[in-house]
Design a protein around this ligand. Structure first.
Ligand SMILES: Nc1ncnc2c1ncn2[C@@H]1O[C@H](COP(=O)(O)OP(=O)(O)OP(=O)(O)O)[C@@H](O)[C@H]1O
Length: 587
């Protein structure tokens, strides 16, 4: 009997050895296959997500849901959340289903009555799991929103730190940030309690070094599960409390079946352990519910953005790229409302012609729609009402509706210099050529450097054109930044130049330098000038006076002064105040 037992023990020991070895190989294969594909999937998702963001039109970014902070938070967290349920973890439910199937099969074979009785408890497990999944999904959505808002607050504060500090608002931002992070849970106290209840019912958290006394079989299975757990961070594992209820019922029912000679004692234990094994395998999947819930929502956000067709698609290859560009711009009967402010008409039946090669200045009180015209010319928006009806007139370039032209081509030929130029944290040279598909010809670079008046300050910088300009160009003065921005605008030799308050943030010395550069750059180009300084406006070929989204006067400085209307009053009061047409920072 001793030898026989030893032989049997050796046999089973060998069987376990084979089992262990095959699991080892299986894991290597699954980690290599699923792990690598998971990594690739996340990298591709993140890149695609970012690309879709870059493709969106201005109306998308105008929405408070899509602020810089919210988008960067989502970019960082959504793809990682998907990763949390991809890769090796994707294989776990499959393993679990397989393992649970085998466990059930063995149980049914050795004692179908007991196995069926235990299976009767499965719906309980499913209901608890489903409730818990629903809770997780909802609380995840709420927490995503909170994290997004917190990200938005942080980005706003960090981006504008000098202002935040000078106003002494650090504590306000900190409190707001903290509240956004905890708000979803405070607001959903009841749901949180319910979540805890279903969690407690379906799962009890035990660690591997548990002091909870478990039957021998349990410890064995526990050890098995720990090894099979792909993620080392998951060392604390979940153990379903429902399993204990199943024990209670199966012990009692098993004893009954033995007492009426329907089952052997041995088989009761075989069924019992097989079913426990199956339950634990299923439980392993449940323990991943939070990750799956998170991943499902994050994947939803990503897919929604990937599928979002922007109203104006900057990656579109369609549209004409005319060989010859003359540069005449026209706005014909343009009505416009910002999509985020439906019902507020900004431009009303606006008609405006900007002849090729001429400079047209737009003047008028703050909020009359000058910058909006500049945005429409660059096609950041189309003249349409938010309900999508094309009722709002058209913008034409050389007699053609700009919607028929290729967008990238249009933007390459219409360059803009704004009041606050945004430079990238790179060298001056990089900033000039950023966004060019090919290296500029050397004569073009020289011409641009000359036109934009940058050589005089660049030669005094330690690394010349290779000097780093810092975040948003912070290491350059306002006037220097503006001239680099002008050089960047000129590098594609655009036919049309839009100057939106390009000198209004500068002191008079810097302004003179930038103005000289701008005056030279305007030669031979169609130019739209939004400005508030009388001297700048006066030099324009045509001055267009706007009020409430309409053109009210058009003419040269002399003509408009003779007319004695809106321009005349503005210019007169400006001259009394010292040469400025409108108060600085408005016009
Ligand atoms: N992205 C936007 N979403 C909603 N409304 C906007 C947006 N941008 C501007 N507006 C509104 O449109 C109107 C016209 O703004 P616009 O910037 O064109 O005026 P402006 O004449 O250039 O003013 P300023 O001289 O002060 O720069 C304003 O009432 C402004 O509040």
């Amino acid at each position: 009997f001793g030898d026989e037992m030893l032989a049997e023990a050796t046999f089973w020991a060998l069987m376990f050895l084979v089992l262990g070895a095959s699991q080892f190989v299986g894991h290597i294969i699954s980690a290599a296959g699923m792990g690598i594909s998971g990594e690739r999937l996340t990298a591709r998702l993140r890149a695609g997500y970012f690309r879709s963001m870059l493709r969106q039109d201005m109306s998308f970014f105008d929405s408070p849901d899509n602020s810089v902070g919210a988008l960067t938070t989502r970019l960082a967290s959504d793809a990682s959340s998907v990763k949390g349920a991809a890769g090796v973890r994707l294989a776990l439910p499959l393993q679990a289903i397989f393992g649970a199937g085998i466990g059930l099969g063995i149980a049914l074979y050795y004692g179908w009555q007991l196995a069926l009785m235990i299976l009767g408890c499965v719906p309980l497990m499913a209901v608890a799991g489903a409730v818990h999944m629903a809770y997780q999904t909802r609380s995840q959505k709420a927490s995503d929103k909170g994290t997004e808002m917190a990200g938005q607050t942080a980005a706003e504060a960090i981006e504008n730190l000098p202002t935040v500090q000078s106003l002494g608002r650090e504590e306000v931002f900190y409190t707001r940030y903290r509240d956004f992070l905890s708000e979803p849970y405070r607001k959903r106290l009841f749901a949180t309690l319910l979540g805890g209840l279903t969690y407690g019912f379906s799962q009890i958290r035990v660690t591997v070094n548990t002091s909870v006394k478990l039957p021998l079989g349990h410890n064995l299975i526990l050890a098995f599960q720990t090894k099979s757990n792909a993620d080392p961070n998951q060392a604390p594992m979940h153990f379903q409390s429902i399993v204990f209820f199943i024990y209670a019922a199966s012990f009692r029912f098993g004893a009954y079946l033995v007492s009426i000679d329907q089952m052997e004692v041995n088989n009761v234990f075989k069924v019992f352990f097989s079913i426990t094994f199956a339950g634990l395998m299923a439980g392993q999947t449940f323990s991943l519910i939070p990750d799956y819930a998170k991943a499902r929502i994050a994947a939803g956000y990503i897919i929604a953005l990937l599928n979002r067709e922007p109203l104006i698609d900057n990656r579109s290859e369609s549209g004409d790229r005319p060989q010859k560009l003359i540069g005449e711009l026209r706005l014909v009967d343009v009505d416009f409302e910002y999509p985020q402010r439906a019902g507020t008409r900004v431009l009303r039946r606006l008609n405006l012609t900007i002849p090729a090669g001429r400079t047209v200045a737009l003047v008028g009180p703050s909020g009359c729609g000058k910058s909006t015209v500049v945005s429409l010319l660059q096609r950041y928006y189309d003249p349409m009402t938010p309900d999508g009806e094309l009722v709002g007139g058209r913008v034409e370039l050389d007699g053609r509706d700009v919607r028929q032209l290729n967008l990238a081509w249009l933007r390459r030929n219409i360059r803009v210099v704004n009041q606050e130029p945004v430079l990238f944290a790179r060298s001056i040279a990089d900033n000039l050529t950023y966004g060019l598909n090919e290296e500029p010809e050397s004569d073009c670079l020289e011409e641009v450097v000359r036109l934009s008046n940058i050589s005089d300050f660049v030669k005094h910088l330690p690394d010349g054109m290779d000097t780093q300009v810092g975040e948003k160009g912070a290491q350059l003065s306002g006037g220097q930044k503006q001239r680099v921005a002008l050089a960047r605008a000129l590098i594609t030799r655009p036919k049309i130049l839009l100057l939106d308050e390009a000198t209004s943030a500068l002191d008079s010395e810097s302004e003179a330098l930038v103005q000289a550069a701008l005056d030279e750059a305007r030669q031979g180009r169609t130019c739209i000038l939004v400005a508030h300084r009388l001297s700048t406006v006066q030099s324009a070929d045509v001055i267009v006076v706007m009020e409430g989204g309409r053109v009210v006067e058009t003419g040269t400085h002399a003509e408009l002064m003779r007319l004695g209307g809106a321009y005349y009053s503005m210019a007169n009061s400006a001259m009394r105040k010292g040469g400025t047409l409108l108060p600085p920072g408005t016009g």
